[in-house]
Write a protein that binds this ligand. Structure first.
Ligand code: FES
Length: 122
């Protein structure tokens, strides 16, 4: 179902390093730079709005720590685990990283509008 208005969150919910949910989007603040990407991880659909921004400015999935470039939506590091397992899975990690090249996250603009951060779909 299409969203009829631009999703928004209070700007106070997005201090540097924070990530939150705005409709179907994970919206975050990467060291002062706002971003918005689709919420579902390309691995096993973890909710990226529950993730965090790491020291390199990548969005990290809360389930198996796949990492995403929020400017392109590309997975830059594959998952560490699957389902309930969390740990090293070298071959599997590379497999997921490979197919994720075809399934980038969608990227939108996140802009400050008054007291809100609004997601503007491209
Ligand atoms: S669901 Fe995101 S890394 Fe597994």
């Amino acid at each position: 179902m299409a969203e009829s208005t631009d999703p928004a969150v209070p700007a106070t919910d997005l201090p540097p390093g924070a990530v939150t949910r705005a409709g179907r989007w994970a919206v975050g603040n990467r060291d002062g730079e706002l971003f918005a990407v689709s919420r579902r991880c390309r691995h096993q659909l973890g909710d990226l709005s529950d993730g965090h921004v790491d020291a390199d400015g990548c969005l990290v999935c809360p389930w198996h720590q796949a990492r995403y470039d929020v400017t392109t939506g590309a997975m830059v590091e594959g998952p560490r685990g699957f389902l309930g397992y969390h740990g090293r899975t070298p071959g599997y990690t590379q497999l997921v990283l490979g197919y994720s090249k075809l399934l980038r996250l969608r990227v939108a603009r996140a802009v400050r509008r008054g007291a809100e951060v609004v997601v503007q779909r491209r």
